[in-house]
Design a protein around this ligand. Structure first.
Ligand code: ARG
Ligand code: ZN
Length: 471
């Protein structure tokens, strides 16, 4: 009897641990963030509907997730942190679920079969971002309430605080965002604003559609009392700019400089890859910016003066975030270890813009000072660019040495070849993902040279190679 009971208990415990921890489904395999993302399916489209109470700082949400099973699944995970779940259905049948940290573990009534499309509905409510933290980075918290509004910045893993998601850049998907707010607020989000629907209670629903796939950390919803300017670039690329109402006078200048930057970056990186672009300036001092897809996010510090984060004029950081739309957004990192493909490339691009507007001597002087700066980094900060560590994703080495690598490659190969490599890399991996090794392979294929020594020194080792500007 006792023995039997033990056996039963053992079986129950092993079943639990299979379901919760050892099913291999919770965690997509990122070397730095093992619990980010999930295996077993591939999300195609998210429809996120949020009814937001600005006074109470709460919301009611429903998420519809259209997905494809990539294996047979009797259970699957989503990432979701905080808030309360009211109901989950899978293919319109009630499903059972458990929660464990970021893991939302769902058991559908009927197991899913490999290659089968399936739809998950999650009904939830609460105050996103309250009482849970997915990150201590200000640009990583996800949904953030400010004094009279909301911004959403989620790099690398903050999206899980506001919707259930396969929260890793490897599973990019398209989005519909339906955000209902009081009449005196505006919602600025990814993609194109398709409609503003008046609700019977005097509220308004903003319907935003993003047609190019987005990595979850680049999904954004911003609520505020905004002034807006809409215009087009070139053959009709929609541009839209949002700033707090009292800064409305700044809108034309933001639009003009953005158009100049688009023309410049298209000349070096190729045609702008997404369905729209623009900027949202939220009514808070952020001390960071984020390249949220098709609508880069800034704090009002962007408009405050001629210095921004000590890196020069506001246009420099605008150039940085715009360049990310090619490098980081259209081509996303395959894992967070590949962050150099984002930050090194965008920082190199901001320097190209600086060279274009201020001249080569000015660019070289800044590279010189960066080179000095990073030669004194402590060992804990001077980690190899190809494996910086999760604590150093956004450290200055990734940005400054990251840009110097590409400037060094430019010195080695010349402008024509370097830009051909960048364009080929973007073309090959657009709307998808790439690793550092994929970039190296592209550089070698396009240049027809072995670049092993070059990249070994610059990316895989700590010692700083000679400055590209030393002669
Ligand atoms: N991806 C963002 C950017 O560089 C991250 C912001 C990091 N900010 C910082 N000060 N390190 O555009
Ligand atoms: Zn960046």
């Amino acid at each position: 009897m006792v023995l039997k009971r033990r056996i039963v208990l053992f079986i129950i415990l092993s079943l639990c641990s299979i379901a919760f921890a050892q099913d291999g489904l919770g965690g997509i395999g990122d070397p730095y963030f093992p619990d980010f993302g999930n295996n077993g399916y591939d999300v195609q489209h998210y429809t996120i509907a949020l009814n937001v109470n600005m006074e109470e700082q709460t919301l009611n949400g429903t998420a519809m997730i259209e997905s494809l099973a990539t294996q047979d699944l009797s259970v699957f995970h989503l990432d979701f942190l905080g808030m309360s779940i009211k109901q989950i259905t899978v293919n319109n049948a009630a499903a059972t679920f458990e929660r464990d940290g970021r893991e939302l573990i769902i058991t559908p009534e009927t197991p899913l079969l490999e290659n089968q499309p399936f739809t998950v509905h999650v009904v939830y409510n609460g105050s996103p971002g309250k009482g849970v933290s997915s990150s201590n980075l200000p640009f990583g918290r996800g949904w953030t309430w400010i004094s009279d509004g909301v911004y959403v910045a989620s790099e690398p893993g903050g999206s899980a605080v506001w919707y259930p998601v396969n929260d890793h850049p490897l599973d990019k998907a398209t989005y519909t965002l339906q955000i209902t707010v009081p009449q005196d607020y505006t919602v600025a989000a990814n993609g194109l604003l398709q409609d503003v629907i008046s609700e019977s209670d005097g509220r308004q629903t903003y319907l935003w559609e993003a047609e190019n796939p987005i990595a979850s950390y680049l999904v954004t919803v911003n609520i505020g009392r905004f002034a807006m300017l809409e215009t087009v670039y070139g053959d009709g690329l929609p541009l839209r700019f949002f700033v707090p109402e009292r800064f409305a006078d700044e809108l034309p200048a933001l639009a003009d400089v953005t158009k100049e930057m688009l023309a410049f970056f298209e000349s070096v990186f190729g045609v702008y890859p997404l369905e729209a672009y623009g900027i949202v300036v939220v009514d808070a001092t952020l001390d960071f910016a984020l390249e949220t897809q098709t609508l880069s996010l800034f704090g009002r510090d962007l408009l405050a003066g001629d210095q921004w984060l000590g890196i020069g004029g506001a246009d420099i950081v605008m150039a940085h975030e715009l360049a990310h739309q090619w490098f980081g957004n259209s081509v996303s990192p395959a894992s967070w270890r590949d962050i150099w493909l984002n930050e090194g490339f965008a920082t190199f691009a901001q320097m190209l813009w600086l060279e274009y507007t201020q001249g080569t001597a000015e660019m070289n002087a800044i590279y010189d000072s960066w080179y000095d700066n990073i030669s004194y980094l402590s060992a804990s900060r001077n980690t190899p660019l190809a494996d910086p560590g999760d604590d150093n994703l956004f450290s200055i080495n990734v940005y400054l040495r990251g840009a110097l690598v590409l400037e060094a490659l430019r010195q080695e190969l010349g402008d024509e070849l370097l830009f051909a490599i960048l364009q080929a890399f973007h073309e090959t991996y657009r709307n998808g993902n790439a690793s550092i090794e994929d970039f190296i392979a592209t550089a070698e294929a396009v240049s027809g040279q072995s670049l092993t020594d070059f990249f070994t020194q610059w990316l895989y080792e700590r010692d700083l190679p000679l400055s590209p500007l030393s002669d």
